[in-house]
Design a protein around this ligand. Sequence first.
Ligand code: COA
Length: 150
Amino acid sequence: MKIRRAKPEDAKEISNLRINTIKSFPQDNSKEEMEYVINRNTPKSIIEKIKTREIFNMFEKGKIIGNIGLHETRLTNFYVDKNRLKQGIGKKLLEFIEDYAKKKGIIKLHLRSTPSAISFYKKFGYKITKIEKKMQNGIKMTHTIMEKKL
Ligand SMILES: CC(C)(COP(=O)(O)OP(=O)(O)OC[C@H]1O[C@@H](n2cnc3c(N)ncnc32)[C@H](O)[C@@H]1OP(=O)(O)O)[C@@H](O)C(=O)NCCC(=O)NCCS
């Protein structure tokens, strides 16, 4: 398994992986949120994110099986292929990005967790610091903010 920086030509594959994974966690989003999140993960919007964030893919036999990103001090864009969940890929990607952030001199990482990932992050030392409820594009969203000192 290899991890390398995402390129614009990876956008379609990343988009398919993310949308399939998002649909596998229906408990994380209401119908409106699901639609909103899917729309934010089209190949076009991923190309924009690749330009402004540091996004990395994990590859196996040339196929993307997970991705994770860093936007300033925020861990973001973290998804594992729906057919490869609970096989240690998320742990590897998380360890990779923490190590990468540490090397950049970042001392604290923060993130917005989906409801289903809260216990995953807790397992790796992240703590809830805030529950944010806000309207985003006319949709009521709840974000669980978590952070970890590296
Ligand atoms: C969260 C996510 C990235 C975890 O990836 P994964 O590859 O399934 O996780 P791993 O297999 O590496 O799991 C590592 C450990 O965490 C545990 N774990 C995995 N998902 C968990 C969850 N949702 N709740 C509690 N523990 C979890 C595993 O059992 C494993 O424990 P072990 O080391 O004792 O065996 C994945 O579930 C995902 O893509 N979710 C949908 C998108 C998402 O919510 N991303 C985070 C957005 S902020």
